[in-house]
Design a protein around this ligand. Structure first.
Ligand SMILES: Cc1ncc(COP(=O)(O)O)c(C=O)c1O
Length: 307
């Protein structure tokens, strides 16, 4: 639409009706001026939002979780070794707390105490590595499974960091579709087609033909950024069965875990895999950023679950 065209009829978005104006009409200039001013303001707000992407604290209306503030304050003033070097995987108390939080038998994960050890059969603290935010956790997980030339299956639409990390290792990503008409679930048929297309490459070694897996894993992001989709338990079971069929590990990005509206329930993928016999290795990546509203603290972790 060009608002300067003389004596034509315009559908003006500000007024939602068709107006007939000429550029000699002074009120018409005021309308045009208003229209462009509003456009400018909306653009500035949009750009500001883009620079704050994914930061729940950006506008100051969601302050850090008080529990997290209290814990950090008491740690800062604690006597002993609080300010010293620690194990590169994290201090035992924190790793225990995370292990218990992710324990499939822990019905009350959010109330996990930092001092208690995980119950038998739970994710052991040895399986937890603390990282520089969930981004650092993803970097650790993907570095472990990707080699140059290998492939990671990632959701589309999805968080772009997966591709950045994969490509930094000379690996690449292949996108599987999410289905907008089915609550943004993963398109299992598309996943199956991709696995058949890319999964194995034939390597000739002294005349022998061997098959080498090229796809090293599936990245599942639940709850999802950017779709907001929350997967049902049934869908997660289907994903685990699919991964089992093709012997693929799953990297579960659950940084938005538990951040769901009441009509939804968040099911940690590792718990689903646990209830199906732990036949699929699951590496869960998560962190404090979103649930505790402290993205700048850069605290994340991975939890490994295998047989
Ligand atoms: C899906 C997803 N995964 C991981 C991250 C990274 O989280 P962190 O800030 O803990 O590095 C984000 C951040 O926006 C995200 O949206």
């Amino acid at each position: 639409m060009n608002p300067f065209i003389e004596n034509t009829s315009h559908f003006h978005p500000l007024y939602s009706r068709t107006v007939h104006r000429s550029h000699h009409d002074s009120s018409y200039f005021i309308h045009v001026l208003l229209f462009y001013c509003l456009h400018g303001i909306i653009t500035i707000i949009a750009l500001y939002n883009i620079t704050q992407l994914g930061d729940p604290t950006a506008f100051g209306n969601l302050p850090p979780c008080p529990v997290a503030l209290e814990a950090i304050e008491s740690a800062l003033h604690a006597k002993g070794h609080a300010a010293g070097y620690v194990n590169a995987c994290g201090i035992p108390q924190a790793r225990n707390a995370i292990a218990q939080f992710h324990n499939p038998n822990n019905k009350n994960a959010n109330k996990a105490s930092s001092s208690s050890a995980p119950a038998d059969g739970a994710a052991l603290s040895d399986h937890v590595v603390i990282a520089n935010g969930c981004s650092g956790a993803l970097e650790l997980a993907l570095t472990a499974i990707l080699d140059p030339g290998s492939i990671l299956l990632v959701p589309q639409p999805g968080f772009p960091l997966y591709q950045v990390i994969a490509e930094s290792h000379g690996a690449s990503v292949v996108h599987y579709r999410l289905l907008p008409d089915q609550n943004w679930e993963c398109d299992l048929q598309h996943l199956e087609a991709l696995v058949k297309e890319y999964h194995t490459q034939v390597v000739y070694d002294d005349g022998d033909e061997t098959q080498t897996p090229v796809i090293r894993g599936i990245l599942v992001n639940n709850p999802s950024n950017p779709t907001g989709g929350v997967f049902s338990r049934k869908h997660l079971e289907d994903l685990v069965q699919f991964a089992k069929k093709y012997q693929l590990p799953i990297v579960a990005d659950e940084v938005y875990g538990d951040l769901v509206f009441r009509s939804n329930t968040f099911h940690p993928l590792a718990n689903v895999a646990d209830s199906l016999g732990r036949e699929v290795p699951v590496i869960t990546a998560s962190g404090l950023a979103k649930q505790y509203l402290v993205p700048g603290w850069r605290v994340g972790w991975i939890v490994f679950q295998d047989k």
